[in-house]
Design a protein around this ligand. Structure first.
Ligand SMILES: C[S@@+](CC[C@H](N)C(=O)[O-])C[C@H]1O[C@@H](n2cnc3c(N)ncnc32)[C@H](O)[C@@H]1O
Length: 619
């Protein structure tokens, strides 16, 4: 035991030294979409004609979707030292737990990232519950979005009773260690925390990066004015106005690149002697005053500009694995850096996607949206821990869900756990999403039984899973019924909910055969993804106000990638209090006769996706 370990044993922190920390699995990342480019695999997409009847808010772009694996584990020895060229590079937006994401990125990105900025949850819970506005004008309502089951389970891992400090420390230590591995020798990490756990984080960072690599603690002013009296009540005595931003270098090779330019005060305080190179950054605010997104803890652009300019140069890779509203990725792009952003929350990933699509340089800098492949955490735990105990509790979990669903437990399969009528049932783990790969594995087992009906019960789903459902139906003749496990089961609520379907859209198609024009008009949108939806009186709400974003490919080909020819999303209006709804109508004129496949992707206000897919023949 070395000195530091002995000292640390006095803290309520126990570090999980050694091998145990390597227990977390490495998952593959699946590339999903938003590959914004007119050049895909060397083939240039033909720009589509703009449609005259679509309302002007509907935007045109060339965006593509693809679905394949990003082979992050295959370390390319040739490019490792040379680094990937800017032309080959695609920025990455990844949905999932950053522990698995970072571990999965190690193969390709170890020793590659110049700056990691993170602003992890502070134990205030403020970014777990988000007030989401629905509708416009007087009819506007808000619904509080509670964390998804996956997020709830993840947060329990950080703030589990009775010893928060210990669980927080383990949680943070594992992630900080991975960031250390991802950073270049000349790289930096900037970590924002508040008074709750900042001190623990500092000790952990000292441990991982070395005390001599600690550069400074910047003092960040949260806002110019206290947000509300609530803060005062909460703290009882004083309003907390500052956060800490700890800056470490990976090695002494890391040198500051830019300079901090502070705003000259018109009426300088004679007692304060602030200079450009001191650590008191009170001339700017840490949270955004004029918010770009509906995200509650949006960091300020000025803060990110300052830290990114100080620690990186154009073309460097800047990453944020707690990306929230995407301030880091937006500023990195503005400053001509490459970026990697990740977040556990679907809502956040959707906010970032919109933010990056709106960015004026979105066509110049393509980005890929990635999901982790099937987590299958219980199988990993089975490998690692007490097998019998876990197998038994897993079985009880399946039986509990099946009882609520009215199905029976079946033994002897890896990916099928129940049956109901003539269908087999696959159940997702509570801390995992259902992915197309997971569904395919269940289908493979189903086929061996000569069956063709599969019910999936999941807590959360891979983005665009509905689109894959169509492919399973058409290509493999398997009827897949995707259901959500109601969140009320998690809270042990006596309030029994049905297992709802994934969101879907009812829409009408008007075809003008002579003019070869197709018009889509949205009629009704149905989303039951969220528990709090039950609290809303749907008679009072225009269901189309629940749509946050949609995109359409007028001529999808399976060999090809999804191209978002038209899209629209709700935006914060000029008055900032007004939300402008997404458009609900679009049309397209086809130049050539023939068979066309149309794919429409819709994201609801909570960040959940669904797709519609149909064929049309123009003679
Ligand atoms: C304080 S917010 C970050 C705000 C961000 N800096 C911005 O400018 O909007 C923290 C974010 O961390 C995410 N998060 C928490 N635990 C995570 C995990 N294990 N993996 C990935 N993201 C996580 C939350 O979903 C939340 O969006």
């Amino acid at each position: 035991m070395n000195w530091r370990e002995t000292q640390l044993s006095d803290f309520p922190i126990t570090f999980d030294w050694g091998k145990k920390n390597r227990d977390f699995p490495c998952l593959k990342l699946q590339i999903l979409e938003n590959y914004l480019s007119d050049k895909v695999n060397g083939t240039t997409k033909i720009p589509r004609q703009s449609s005259s009847s679509a309302k002007k808010k509907v935007k045109k772009l060339k965006a593509t979707t693809l679905m394949k694996f990003l082979d992050t584990q295959k370390e390319n020895k040739d490019t490792k030292d040379k680094e990937e060229s800017r032309e080959d590079w695609k920025n990455l937006l990844i949905w999932g737990d950053n522990l698995y994401i970072m571990n999965s990125l190690l193969g390709k990105f170890a020793n590659s990232i110049q700056l990691v900025y993170i602003d992890p949850p502070f134990y205030t819970g403020s970014n777990e519950y988000i007030d989401i506005p629905i509708g416009v004008g007087k009819k506007r309502k808000t619904v509080e979005q509670t964390p998804s089951p996956i997020k709830e389970v993840a947060y329990q891992n950080i703030w589990s009773e009775p010893n928060h400090a210990k669980t927080f420390s383990r949680w943070f230590y594992q992630r900080a260690r991975l960031i250390h591995k991802l950073l270049k020798r000349e790289g930096f990490i900037a970590v924002r925390f508040d008074y709750h756990y900042g001190h623990y984080a500092k000790v952990i960072l000292d441990q991982i990066f070395g005390e001599s690599n600690f550069l400074t603690e910047f003092l960040i002013r949260r806002m110019y004015k206290p947000v509300s009296n609530k803060a005062l009540e909460y703290q009882q005595h004083l309003i907390i106005q500052s956060d800490s931003l700890f800056l470490y270098r990976k090695t002494p090779d890391a040198k500051y690149i830019g300079k901090v330019k502070k705003k000259k005060r018109s009426n300088p305080d004679p007692i304060e002697h602030e200079s450009n190179d001191d650590n008191v950054w009170m001339d700017i605010v840490g949270y955004e005053k004029r918010k770009k997104t509906l995200y509650p803890t949006e960091n300020s652009i000025k803060l990110l500009k300052r830290i990114i300019s100080l620690c990186s140069k154009p073309d460097d890779i800047v990453a944020d694995f707690f990306c929230g509203s995407g301030t880091t990725t937006a500023v990195a792009q503005e400053l001509d850096r490459r970026w990697i952003g990740a977040d556990l929350s679907r809502y956040s990933v959707n906010e970032i996607r919109k933010r990056m699509l709106l960015n004026k340089d979105s066509a110049k800098y393509p980005f890929q949206l990635l999901n982790l492949e099937m987590y299958n955490k219980h199988l990993m735990y089975l490998r690692l821990k007490k097998k019998e105990l876990i197998a038994e509790s897993q079985k009880n979990y399946y039986k509990f869900i099946l009882k609520k669903f009215g199905g029976n437990y079946v033994d002897g399969f890896d990916h099928l756990q129940g049956e109901k009528g003539d269908a087999y049932i696959h159940i997702g783990d509570i801390d995992s999403i259902i992915s197309p790969i997971g569904i395919q594995k269940a289908i493979d087992e189903l086929k061996l039984q000569d069956k063709n009906k599969l019910v999936i019960l999941g807590w959360d789903y891979f983005m665009e899973v509905n689109f894959f459902k169509r492919l399973f139906q058409e290509d493999q003749k398997i009827d897949v019924d995707l259901r959500l496990i109601p969140q009320s089961l998690l809270n042990n609520s006596s309030d029994e909910r049905p297992f709802p379907e994934l969101p879907f859209l009812e829409f009408s198609q008007t075809v003008d055969p002579k003019g070869r024009t197709l018009t889509l008009e949205f009629d009704k949108f149905f989303t039951d993804y969220h528990t709090n939806m039950y609290e809303l009186d749907m008679n009072q709400i225009n269901s189309l106000d629940l749509i946050d974003f949609w995109a359409v490919d007028w001529d999808y080909s399976e060999k090809d990638l999804f191209v978002a020819h038209d899209y629209s999303f709700r935006e914060i209006g000029a008055g900032r209090k007004i939300i402008e709804a997404a458009d609900t109508k679009c049309s397209h004129k086809y130049d050539e006769p023939g068979n066309h496949t149309i794919v429409l992707t819709i994201v609801d206000i909570f960040g959940n996706e669904t797709s519609e897919y149909f064929n049309l023949l123009f003679r």
